[in-house]
Design a protein around this ligand. Sequence first.
Ligand code: AHG
Ligand code: MN
Ligand code: MN
Length: 329
Amino acid sequence: MEESRIAQPIGIALDRFIKNNQEQFQYASGELSQLLRDIALASKVVNREINKAGLIDIMGAMGSQNSGGENQQKLDVLANIRFTRALSKGGEACALISEETESYVDLNNDGKYVIAIDPLDGSSNIDVNVSIGTIFSIYRRISPVGTPIQPEDILQKGTDQVAAGYILYGSSTMLVYTTGHGVNGFTYESTLGEYFLSHADLRMPPDGKIFSINEGQSLSFAPGVAKYLDYCKQNGFTARYIGSLVADFHRNMLKGGIYIYPATAKDKNGKLRLMYECNALAFIAEQAGGLATDGKNRIMEIKPSTLHQRVPFYVGSRMMVEKAGSFLN
Ligand code: AHG
Ligand code: MN
Ligand code: MN
């Protein structure tokens, strides 16, 4: 049954929106709201740094590698620092896991929440002035508050998320999030330094005609993926692939489409991370009426066994994800 939602006027400021909706959250004690505010604040700092990236020395590679063996960019590291600082100050979070950090960061034993984050998504687009993003998931800890954090607090399924969202640093900067009561999008007004509601109760079209996949790797796709791509072409679909998951996802959510990062010969489980990228976008997709699978299984029901686990990812309009899945089985 569709729950009734409080109508929110376009233009309402994010802070006010969070406050108005706090009672929707079952543990409504204000800590989750504070975490969302902290994320919004850190994103403004990151946004400012991104906007002047060409003018100061923050473009290019760090010369180091992240947990997955990928070359870190300076902005990857900077964004990781900004979000870590913002989320550790208030004491609401007991642990942070990040794509950029090998192990979890232990924050405050009295904190109730665990945060998973891809601080900078779309690293290859940083230096060329193309849209990039941040992706986050928030979980409630399982072990008792006040005790050291446990593996079960960290390795939770997507269905355990209490909130998830992304920031898209694009032609405008947007924050999109869900707490399990639909999806709302906020646009950043930089002269006021505030996010305002611009996309209330976002719904993903049930079907669409955009497919987003790195076809350069098509020779190493499974036959079913190749057949689905043939189907897309035979039906006059449009290919759109930015190479920043957040941007590709956001476009497809608004216009109707599917994003696929399948298993490849090089990456047997695909490239994307279950805990930093897929779970958050799966939660948002489902809340907007879309779907997210690994080709067969619902993403949010996959029990993670390691922090940096990768998974094939099919996300977007419901009918398109179902159709793609039918070619795989
Ligand atoms: P990140 O920059 O956080 O490592 O993520 C990059 C991801 C995702 O954003 C994008 O869709 C995908 O990698 C692109 O990969 P390919 O270059 O292999 O297509
Ligand atoms: Mn990413
Ligand atoms: Mn990243």
